[in-house]
Design a protein around this ligand. Structure first.
Ligand code: ZN
Length: 50
């Protein structure tokens, strides 16, 4: 599952979420939402939140 991506995570673009397993392979260590470059929501975020 490490490095897998799943669609979703944003209502404003075709974002994908990247799933990374932790070092023990149990559970989900971190999920990052990757927005489209032209996502209006992403572009409205303050610079410090990106
Ligand atoms: Zn988005």
């Amino acid at each position: 599952m490490d490095g897998a991506t799943v669609p979703g995570g944003c209502d404003h673009c075709n974002a994908v979420q990247k799933i990374t397993a932790n070092m023990h392979g149990v559970g989900i260590h971190g999920v990052g939402v990757h927005h489209d470059d032209d996502c209006s929501f992403y572009n409205s975020l303050p610079a410090g939140s990106k």
